[in-house]
Write a protein that binds this ligand. Sequence first.
Ligand code: SF4
Length: 310
Amino acid sequence: MTSEKWLGNPYFPISQHYKQLFGEKVYKIPVTTVDDCPNRRGLKGMETCIFCDVWGSAARAESMDMDLKEQIIKYKDHIGKRFKAKKFLVYFQAYTNTFEKASILEKQFEVAAEFEDVVGFVVGTRPDCLSPKVMEIWQKYHEKRFVSVELGVQTFNDKDLEWMKRGHTAEQSLKAIERIHKNTDVDLGIHLMFGQPNDTKASIIESAKISNDLPISNIKLHNLHVLKNTPLEKIYNEGNFIPIERAEYAECVELFLSHLRPDIAVHRLSALASRWDELVAPAWAKQKMESHQFIINHMKELDSFQGKFH
Ligand code: SF4
């Protein structure tokens, strides 16, 4: 039913959102410019999020030893050759990208903006790391280039946020979204994670309904998985956490998307463990394309699509 509208997908893919914005396909270049976050620093008694490994979501370990300009040149060249890419978004992905002096953050934007084919920036951060100055910088650059902010909300359930040691509440996430929306015009997205202890069908549907009322344009979905040398590995080894199976995860995604506003663009449907040797469980988190196809097939079998029940 939605095939034509979303190029064969039962959901609105982020690639199409970007294509609508830029007139052609754009490619994200994940960069690492910080190596810290409030949790790792132990601010206010916070602890590392239980699922987070030493890389703090950095896509490439070698990026840690390169400055921003080197990273952009290297990966732009690589992606450009591989996909004949012409336009890029620099994705400040690893750790907490606003946990740094505002002047340094602005300098990073300046460096990235020197590249003409970099059409914008995507910044990953936490709900409790938003100073007025940071938002001012986002707005300033959004007036010249595209700026998108991805907020790690993870869940709207406080019990699970506490269990994951996120160090913020669901209300803080909602307030952060409200503040960004009030103070800037940036493109805003959130990350959510399924497979948590208190997830139920009702809570997944509720998450979609909460998301529908937010001023966001995109959502990234993750499946909670266990990586080596994380607090979650210990919890898993002690038998106190069972990772979500692929079939169950596909049910969560279908349930969520079918209740989600159809104009919210969706990034990948599940998380991929990019360092395979660090994945403890579940094994399916290694299989990017298979898992994606599994979820799509599940949705098609049910004749389901994003917004079906919205
Ligand atoms: S998930 Fe983000 S906030 Fe949590 S410990 Fe990792 S880098 Fe820090």
